[in-house]
Design a protein around this ligand. Sequence first.
Ligand code: AMP
Length: 283
Amino acid sequence: MEVARKIEKVRNLVKIARSEERKIGLVPTMGALHTGHISLIEAAVKDCDFVIVSIFVNPTQFGPGEDFEKYPRPLQADLKVCQEAGVDVVFAPSSKQIYPTENITWVTVEKLTESLCGKSRPVHFRGVTTVCAKLFNIVAPDAAYFGQKDAQQAIVIKRMVADLNMPLEIVICPTVREPNGLAVSSRNQYLTAKQKKDAANIYKSLQACRKLIEAGITETRQIIDEMQKILRQIPSGQIEYVSIVDAETLESLDEISGKVLAAVAVKVGPARLIDNILVDAGK
Ligand code: AMP
């Protein structure tokens, strides 16, 4: 496995792989790799002949007062994970490599970034789309792998790729969970054992949502009330949003119909946790 710190090196490695007609897969991450990231890497290794994992804690997707400084950066452990998973190249650039001068060119996806996480994190998605556009330009992968855990991010990236005619496929992989249902996240490290246990209520609220929709309840307000009851059982929890939206447009719905995304953001102690499920309510 090669470790590239510089854009030039990763480009050269990709050039060789491409000359050998290998299918190139990219898994963009911020590191602190866990079983969720590993599932993406495994999907890429299965589908592709040359797999690049990028590890970059992207400053432009963090707002003021968020956890950019304290975000975990265990590079050596991450390299071991990648090596064991069969990755060909880890691209771990410095901020200077990615943002050599003041960044004044941004990729912005409208509408889809206004709801859910976009409300409380106004610069977040602009940072995500810009860094992903940069990574796609640097690596030029045939496919890039993202997690359903960050559902809005996945939809926004797909739309950016479609709207800008970027020549790659976006593959979305299912959310990996702890045995108690809590979605695996690098930010779970900020939680105490008790908070981790309590945070299982996030997935419980989503499961309750699924049950109610399957039982034929169509009034969104009624379902959200039930979900909030469950989320209030997290003693150190502060609910940021509980939303049921159209799974394609991310617009909120008064009445459930078609494919919907139920999404939750809760601050549990120091960690802002998000999770979601997709439910097909039929017509
Ligand atoms: P991050 O390092 O948090 O930026 O995540 C990198 C990629 O891993 C993103 O596409 C995430 O959606 C994905 N990811 C994070 N956690 C999970 C999880 N529990 N299951 C599946 N994918 C995940």
